[in-house]
Structure formats: C-alpha cells, structure tokens
Ligand binder design. Structure first.
Ligand code: SF4
Length: 419
C-alpha cells in the first residue's frame, strides 16, 4: 500500500490504516477505499468492504487474494485490481474521478521497476514496520506447485536499477535492511553488482534466495561483505520425494548440510522455510526433520502447515482428488488449521505434529545445540531463537507424541503464536 500511495497523483490526500496497530474508522470522510488482503484475511477484508459500501463509499480490493480469485472478490468490491497495481492504479483513480470506475483492472504489462518511487512509509503510523524494507528484484523464475508467486508476478523477473536502490537506502533510517525480494539470487550477475554497490554503506541486510547460491563463492563473499547477515531459504522439507512432486527439485536435500556449512563459513545464517503436509509426509517426518536440523546446526526455521492457496496447481490437484476440506479462507493460515486431507495422516495429526516440531525445534536444548554448531551471528541469533521459544512454549497440543498412533486430543485453537 505505501508503494501504491506513492503512485497516487498529488491532488489526492492519502491516509493509511494498519490494522495491526489501528482500528478502521468507518465514519471517516473518504471518497474511495483501497484494501489489500492475502487469502487468510479475505473474509475480514470482505467485511470491511461491506461496511464501507453500506455507507455509500466505493471500495477497491487488490493484493494476493484478488489476484488468485478475482471473480469471487468482484462480489465484494466495486473494483478489483488483479496482479501488480502500479501501472493501473493511476488510471483507476482517473476513472473514479470521471465517474466510470471499472469492475476490474488488470495490467497487460508488468511494471519494469525503473524509476520506482520511494514507498510512502511516512503513512505507516505507530510502528517502525517498513522503514527499513525495500526491494531490488521482483518475481521468481521457478514454479513450485504450491506457490502463489508465479500467479502474482507471471514468472517475469524484474530488476531495479542498482543506482536507484543505493539512492533509496541512503534515506532509510537505522542499520538493518530487508530486501523483500522473492529470490534475490535469481540473477547472480545482477546480485553481485548490487552487493558491490551497497557494501560501502555498511548496512546489515537479509532477504530470500534459493539454496544453490551457497555454491557460488563470489556471490557468498560479496553478500557477506555487503552486510548480509541471514537469508531465508525455502527448504520446505527434508523429503526429496516431496520436493520432486512439488516441482521443487532444484532443492537437493543431500546438499543441505554442505549448504549450511558454506553459509556459516561466510558468517551468514539460514532461516529455513519448512512445511509439513506434503503427500510423502507421514508421522515420522516431524521428528526426523527436527533431528536433522539439530544435527546440521540450522539457525532458525519458519515452520508451517502446507497451504493449498486457491488457483495454484496444488489447490487444483487436491480439489480434483476431493481433498480440499474447506473453502473458508480464514483457515488458510498455515498455523492453526489444516484445510486439506493429507495423504498419510489425519488433518489433526498434521496440525499437532507441526506444532510439536516447532516447539521441539525451539526447545532450549535444541537452541543450545544449534547455536553451538552454528556460531553465526550469535548475539542476535540467540535472541531470535529465545523469542520463538517463549512464543511457542505453551502453544498448541502440548501432549502430542509423533510416535504414538492414537491422536490424544483434538486440536486446540485457543492460543496463538507466530513462528
Ligand atoms: S522458488 Fe520460492 S518463490 Fe520461487 S516459485 Fe518456488 S516457492 Fe515460489
């Protein structure tokens, strides 16, 4: 939203409501409301839209869910933006001013990211979120079965001019930066030039990449010298069969240990995206994953239940197999609900096993063992791990044992945590 605000003509006055820290003021006098929502937030977005429309205010909905399910979203909004909004947003506003707002806007082109304005982070009130966030690239050349990025960005990689990024980061406060890219290493030639250009500014940064960057020593060295402290790698699973089935064979489980050794050699930590619920996962996957991660000294992991986002190849396959259990999008959260029938266990076992694995991974003995082996960025790595430990220690079904065949309790959704 801050980026779209930057594309808004200056005669518009823009205000932004961040529901994490602010309540929506439905009585505020506004001409047009724009809402962005991912799939889990879609029902809530529809409720907000209905409240505004009851008051006679037109509503535009865009973002990930609108891109995946534009026909459904059209039932809840006066206009829907499909895909990236930058190119169509000024026309949408002009149409609104001229009284001819269309029901759907979809750009034929994708933004080339040249001359991208600075996002209006000044509109974010009440928290520091976003102030250190930018992008260098957009898109990813891969097409994993469960991923929404190919639908969002049409598998077209785009790169910002490096000079623009250097100019922007000089206006960004603080030491830490996040490059909110889907795959900052997709083009290593570009990435290396970027790292060389930002190194003199001595910032610390993190981003997301695919694992094979570990084997390019020049990439790793330049990343480390430019201040890279950690990269999120979408490892997803330690089952090569699952990766192959999910069209993610570019991840090679047999190389994970060497990858982490190479990352740690360069002083860069790994946050491994980890997902349970693939068709080759049975109850043994939970313990074997945690034990493997402890053995190799993994720094941290984002542990989730597989989500078959609507209109992805995974969703279409599971629906054809009669395995989608609900289309209540609020349950497509990856943490508190399972929305499909797993192949080799029950939905309850999958949910409880995922909770168990997260608690085990962030148990104190596991943190000590992993940090001892990692020895990478210890002061912030330990703080981050302990933060996860505190958030998870009372979360979910505490009594679950992945080796017991009987499910010992029904899922409890009373406590929430993010990990
Ligand atoms: S590599 Fe990552 S971002 Fe790219 S398609 Fe696969 S899951 Fe999505």
């Amino acid at each position: 939203m801050p980026l779209l605000a930057a594309y808004t003509p200056p005669h518009w006055e823009v205000t932004h409501t961040d529901e994490i820290v602010q309540k929506v003021d439905f009585n505020k006098k506004v001409d047009l409301v724009g809402i962005t929502a991912n799939t889990a937030a879609a029902p809530h977005a529809y409720w907000i839209a209905a409240e505004y429309r009851k008051r006679g205010i037109k509503v535009v909905i865009g973002g990930p869910h609108a891109t995946l399910m534009p026909d459904e979203v059209q039932d809840h909004a006066d206009s829907v933006v499909v895909g990236e909004g930058e190119l169509v947003w000024p026309k949408l506003l002009a149409d609104f001013e001229n009284g001819c707002l269309q029901s759907i806007y979809k750009s034929c082109e994708v933004p080339d990211l040249q001359n991208m304005p600075h996002p209006r982070w000044d509109l974010i009130k009440g928290r520091t979120y976003g102030k250190g966030v930018t992008i260098a690239t957009r898109g990813c050349p891969f097409a994993c079965e469960y991923c929404t990025i190919p639908q969002m960005y049409q598998r077209k990689m785009r790169y910002r001019p490096i000079a623009d990024i250097v100019e922007e980061l000089q206006h960004m406060p603080g030491k830490a930066l996040i490059f909110w890219d889907d795959n900052i290493g997709a083009n290593k030639v570009y990435a290396k030039e970027l790292f060389k250009a930002i190194a003199p500014y001595k910032r610390w940064w993190t981003s997301q990449a695919t694992s094979e960057v570990a084997f390019d020593d020049e990439f790793m060295e330049l990343a480390a010298k430019s201040g890279c402290k950690a990269l999120f790698l979408g490892w997803e699973t330690i089952s090569q069969n699952s990766l192959n089935s999910a069209n993610k064979a570019h991840n090679q489980v047999g190389k994970y240990q060497e990858i982490i050794e190479r990352f740690h050699y360069y002083g860069i930590a790994i946050q491994a995206g980890t997902v349970f619920g693939f068709d080759h996962d049975d109850r043994s996957i939970f313990r074997s994953t945690v034990e493997f991660y402890r053995e190799i000294g993994l720094d941290s992991a984002t542990i989730s239940v597989l989500i078959p986002f609507p209109n992805t190849p995974l969703f279409r396959r599971l629906e054809a197999e009669g395995r989608i259990l609900t289309k209540d999008w609020s349950k497509y959260n990856g943490k508190k609900d399972v929305v499909f029938q797993p192949a080799l266990m029950s939905p309850e076992e999958l949910l409880m096993g995922t909770e168990w694995a997260a608690r085990q991974f962030y148990s104190i003995p596991s943190i000590i063992e992993r940090m001892w082996k990692s020895k990478t960025g210890l002061w912030w790595n330990i703080i981050r791990n302990v933060g996860y430990h505190l958030a998870l220690r009372n979360f979910g079904n505490i009594g679950f044992n992945p080796e017991e065949r009987e499910v010992i309790s029904t899922p409890s959704f009373t406590k929430e945590a993010r990990w």
